[in-house]
Write a protein that binds this ligand. Structure first.
Ligand SMILES: [Zn+2]
Length: 167
């Protein structure tokens, strides 16, 4: 069991999972690994290496995921590591594209970078300092939040553990 918040390195073929772990606030690298020393390096840097490749089974710090469906994959990972999904305010704190922690920016600074109706109706904007992608709370985020809530529920039912949250 890990007590601290895990950091991940997610193998190629699990790109969707990498993106979702980032949306949940986890520090997650998306990597393409070919050699054992690359796996060992990631693990020595304090990351859990998550892969579908059975070749790495049994190596220290490696979790081999067998589920095909994204929801099941995240539940599988959370069960193995026994980590709680983050609280709501931790969600969407990282860029899904490149893992950088998002920065809240003044709405005037994103003029012309988001659709006009969004700019008119939204107070809070966040920007990725690495790739520049602009994020804002909206229907997209609400849909993702719904998904994360259903994941939390699935975990709570399976583990019988209190994962917090308000449902
Ligand atoms: Zn980015």
């Amino acid at each position: 069991m890990l007590c601290e918040v895990p950091r991940f390195a997610v193998d190629a073929m699990l790109g969707k999972m990498a993106k979702w772990l980032r949306f949940m606030g986890f520090d997650t690298l998306y990597v393409y690994v070919r050699y054992p020393h690359e796996v060992r390096r990631l693990v020595s840097e304090g990351r859990v290496f998550v892969t579908r490749n059975r070749r790495w089974q049994g190596m220290k710090g490696v979790i081999v995921i067998s589920a095909n469906d994204l929801d099941d994959q995240i539940v599988e990972l959370a069960e193995v590591l026994d980590f709680a999904l983050p609280d709501d305010d931790e969600w969407f704190s990282r860029c899904g594209r490149c893992n950088a922690v998002l920065e809240q920016v003044d709405r005037r600074s994103v003029t012309g970078m988001v659709p006009e109706y969004v700019w008119e109706t939204t107070e809070e904007f966040f920007r990725c300092p690495t790739c520049g992608k602009v994020y804002w709370p909206g229907s997209h985020v609400e849909r993702m939040q719904g998904k994360l809530e259903s994941l939390k529920r699935a975990l709570a039912e399976k583990g019988g553990r209190d994962y917090g949250g308000s449902f």
